[in-house]
Design a protein around this ligand. Sequence first.
Ligand code: 5GP
Ligand code: ZN
Length: 114
Amino acid sequence: MGNDCVFCQISAGLHPADVVYESDTVLAFRDIHPQAPIHVLIIPRRHIARIADLEPGDAAVMGNVMVAARLVAEQLGVEDAYRLVVNSGRNAGQSVFHIHVHLLAGRRFAWPPG
Ligand code: 5GP
Ligand code: ZN
């Protein structure tokens, strides 16, 4: 567990979160500052700081994260239209350094994102 990592604390049940999906390797919970009517964060339970830190051995868990995103979208009834976003690095908008996929849905999204 990453010291002082809020997402590790959520995964361990030490910090409250509105959990919508969980498995042995993945957890999904609602973002506290939603940017869309539905805004869920999907994380690997194991602490990996950034996409930029991924190693070949992380492929399976990151695959599980993506499959979980699909399951969350179905569970929340937004499987027809949702956006997945991953920020890697502070200048890309990353503020929590434990990998997470944002699942956003329930409104229209511009492309390109800007
Ligand atoms: P990032 O900017 O790193 O891509 O996204 C981090 C996200 O985590 C933000 O959307 C922020 O609102 C969310 N967040 C930060 N701290 C917490 C927390 O303690 N609980 C929950 N549920 N979301 C958090
Ligand atoms: Zn962590």
